[in-house]
Design a protein around this ligand. Structure first.
Ligand code: HEM
Length: 127
């Protein structure tokens, strides 16, 4: 069973990191677009957040929590916690909170704004 959760863990953070790099590449490529093009870039980044990055972050953290229970229950076999495991847990949970509470809502808001019309100033602030 642990292999299954480890598989989901690897799948989760691969989606999360892969989606993040794709969104970042789209953002960098967006610098060469005119303002009308920025709207399409923001919408594509929001789609990546919604359908790849956020589900990946959730999957990585949920499977990580289940793996943590499993590691704890094997403590007697000296599988134990290392400092790097704790770094992964702490940094992973913090990063997932940033993605879910800040990245995802900001991307969704940005995707609804028009970079050319009335929302242009707010669009730039959020960006
Ligand atoms: C982006 C964030 C994360 C990355 C890149 C990551 C990466 C990994 C990798 C590569 C492994 C396999 C290690 C091995 O089998 O040798 C692993 C295992 C594990 N991860 Fe994560 N992880 C992340 C987040 C988390 C979080 C948030 C938690 C807990 C809440 C967690 C808990 C665990 C546990 C308990 C194991 C199993 C360790 C063992 O069996 O000895 N991870 N992780």
């Amino acid at each position: 069973m642990i292999r299954f959760w480890l598989f989901l863990h690897l799948l989760g953070f691969t989606l999360w990191l892969g989606g993040g790099f794709a969104a970042m590449a789209a953002g960098v490529a967006g610098k060469r677009e005119d303002r009308a093009g920025l709207g399409a870039i923001a919408r594509s980044q929001a789609a990546a957040y919604k359908s790849v990055i956020a589900p990946g972050a959730l999957l990585a953290v949920l499977s990580g929590v289940i793996l943590t229970f499993s590691v704890s229950s094997r403590m007697g076999e000296l599988v134990g916690f290392s400092i790097w495991l704790m770094v992964m847990q702490g940094a992973g949970i913090l990063a997932a909170l940033l993605v879910l509470l800040i990245g995802l809502p900001t991307a969704a808001k940005l995707a609804r704004l028009d970079p050319v019309g009335q929302g242009a100033t707010y669009f730039d602030e959020l960006r």
